[in-house]
Design a protein around this ligand. Structure first.
Ligand SMILES: Nc1ncnc2c1ncn2[C@@H]1O[C@H](COP(=O)(O)OP(=O)(O)OP(=O)(O)O)[C@@H](O)[C@H]1O
Ligand SMILES: [Mg+2]
Length: 380
């Protein structure tokens, strides 16, 4: 799948813009604060109905305007698909409204859009997957799995509800042991939803790990070997049944502690993901370059797994990577576009050593001037 054109109206710094994209490598060039990241954000918004900047999508409406809109025309397996998100209400009646449309038809919920377009975004926040807290790595897993499977999102939602309610009961016990009657139903709901979440994460990471290691090698880091491994709170067994038994056993084992602390001590909400290079824990001891390269490899691996599972080539959106990578890694990254139907990268300037690679790409300028770079003054 690939993006053919994008139209923005009252979206962040854009009053109105219409941009054409092509399959293959697209490079968005422009000075700082000219709206490069905003373009990737708009594409991501169409694919996922959320903004990677966090918070409500409504904040992306151009300051001082009552509404904003993003529309994209995509090619999906030879057919055209138009997605449109309107933030706020152009009629001015409902200021908090958000309208989503597929091929001109309004859809009732975001779930009717999610999954139609697979877009994978790498931007500055992505480094948290490596150097952040376990919660950041769980967020990565949830986003990756959630984009592919609505069932996973359902299980996760049921798990969160069970966890919240179980914790409320634990708090209300006030350090007294429960006789099982009050806690029992929530314990059951926790295990019943937590088992598929754990199994899905385990299967996903088993598929992701070898792809991430291979991509890490290709990004030019030579002999360094990236190891990615699931660190589940409750160890998955082969069969659902056994994992459920294990989950019950761990809950029982930690019951004293959960009563004391007033919160559930084991379960997928305590999962983590191990990231190692040559036996060194990247999360704590990686250099900035190592962490960045590993985060990029994880993101690109996410695209590979999405391709294998959904048979759809996700659109790769890479924000401001070139300036951060040394010449060899930058070139290796752009060369990866040959493996993808479409890759859209942004850069504030085009480093001279990459000019020949960028010259073959479709250039898009955001600075008002024609997009130009080091060795290749090419019109946008
Ligand atoms: N809701 C909004 N309304 C109007 N302008 C906004 C809004 N949100 C952000 N902006 C502005 O949009 C501009 C473009 O931001 P963006 O992050 O897309 O730039 P960029 O080209 O990626 O810059 P950099 O090279 O520094 O990463 C900024 O000046 C920002 O202040
Ligand atoms: Mg930016």
């Amino acid at each position: 799948m690939y993006l053919q054109s994008l139209t923005l109206e009252n979206f962040r710094c854009y009053e109105r813009a219409e941009l054409e994209f092509r399959p293959g490598l697209n490079v968005i060039l422009g000075p700082n604060a000219s709206g490069k990241t905003t373009l990737l954000e708009a594409i991501y918004l169409l694919a996922t109905t959320t903004t990677p900047r966090g918070g409500r999508t409504r904040t992306a409406v151009r300051h001082g305007q009552p509404w904003g809109r993003v529309s994209g025309r995509f090619a999906v397996q030879g057919r055209e698909l138009t997605l449109r998100a309107t933030l706020g209400d152009p009629s001015g009646e409902r200021s908090s409204a958000r309208t989503l449309e597929v091929d001109g038809r309004e859809v009732a919920s975001a779930r009717e859009i999610i999954g139609r377009i697979q877009a994978i975004l790498f931007w500055v926040g992505e480094l948290d997957v490596v150097k952040g807290a376990p919660a950041d790595r769980r967020r990565f897993l949830n986003a990756a799995l959630g984009q592919m499977s609505a069932r996973y999102l359902d299980d996760l939602q049921r798990y969160r509800r069970a966890l919240r309610q179980r914790n409320e009961v634990l708090k209300s016990l006030g350090r007294r042991e429960s006789d099982g009657h009050v806690l029992g139903p929530w314990t059951h709901a926790l295990v019943e939803s937590g088992v598929p979440v754990t199994l899905d994460r385990a299967a996903y990471l088993a598929a992701l790990a070898p792809e991430a290691a291979a991509l890490h090698q290709r990004l030019g880091v030579g002999a360094e070997q990236l190891v990615v491994r699931y660190e589940p709170s409750v160890e998955p067994a082969d069969a659902d049944g056994e994992l459920a038994d294990e989950f019950y056993r761990r809950l029982e084992e930690t019951h004293r502690g959960e009563v004391d602390r007033g919160s559930t001590q084991v379960g997928p909400h305590r999962d983590d993901m191990l990231l190692e290079i040559d036996g060194v824990d990247l999360r704590r001891f990686g250099s900035q370059g190592q962490q960045r390269t590993a985060a990029l490899a994880l993101k690109l691996a996410q695209a590979r797994v999405a391709l294998a599972r959904t048979e759809q080539q996700p659109i790769l959106l890479l924000d401001d990577c070139l300036s951060e990578l040394d010449p060899d890694r930058g070139a290796a990254m752009l060369d990866l576009s040959r493996d993808h139907e479409q890759m859209i990268v942004t850069s504030a300037c085009c480093p001279e050593h990459l000019a020949d690679r960028v010259a073959d790409a479709h250039l898009i300028g955001t600075g008002g001037e024609p997009a130009s770079c080091g060795g290749c003054a090419t019109e946008a």
